[in-house]
Design a protein around this ligand. Structure first.
Ligand code: ZN
Length: 185
């Protein structure tokens, strides 16, 4: 797949004012330690449009629904619609990835090229069987600089061997630094 140079980055839903869960927070949910949060959660109303953070190529776009028991209990919470876009730094040519989780609709497929600000999907409906299972509608947004394994890595880090915490960057400062340094990156 031919990657594309990414000159600048933007925030994927306009701004990061409504961060409901920050990067690196240790989250406990249903009495289970999920571990270190590898992205940020941004609260947004249903159907809010989500934009590509930068020019790139879609390397992943799929639905990961939650799993439910027969009595309707949530057995496995999941991503809903999830999109991963590959980006290339202008100077070093290093590849990094932006990840968008908990989407209701997805408008891109694997192999699509996209410009900065291109619409990739919308914020999805909470606790819907077809869209996954999470409580409040939000975007989970991550920036990943490690090797891409062709699959979605966990959104939390618990020393489980599937990802490395240092490959995940705090997205707000990553974007600001990226734009400030531009040609040097
Ligand atoms: Zn999250």
């Amino acid at each position: 797949m031919a990657y594309r140079i990414t000159p600048n980055l933007i925030f994927p839903i306009g701004n990061f004012k409504n961060i409901s869960s920050g990067f690196g927070e240790m989250n406990v949910y249903d009495k289970t330690l999920w571990g270190k949060h590898l992205g940020i959660d941004i609260s947004a109303p249903h159907d809010t449009r989500v934009f590509s953070a930068g020019r790139g190529v879609v390397v992943y776009s799929r639905l990961h629904p939650g799993e439910f028991s027969e009595d309707g209990r949530v057995e496995k919470r999941n991503w809903g619609g999830i999109v991963i876009i590959a980006h290339k730094k202008p100077a070093s040519k290093a590849i990094f990835y932006s990840l968008y989780g908990h989407l209701g609709k997805r408008y891109v497929k694997r192999g699509d090229t996209i410009e900065m600000g291109g619409i990739i999907g919308t914020i999805g409906k909470a606790m819907s069987e077809s869209n996954g299972a999470w409580e409040e509608e939000h975007l989970h947004f991550g920036i990943y600089t490690g090797p891409y394994y062709g699959k979605v890595l966990p959104g939390y880090y618990k020393e489980n061997g599937l990802t490395e915490a240092e490959y995940w960057k705090e997205p707000v400062s990553f974007i600001k630094n990226y734009n400030a340094k531009n040609a040097l990156i």
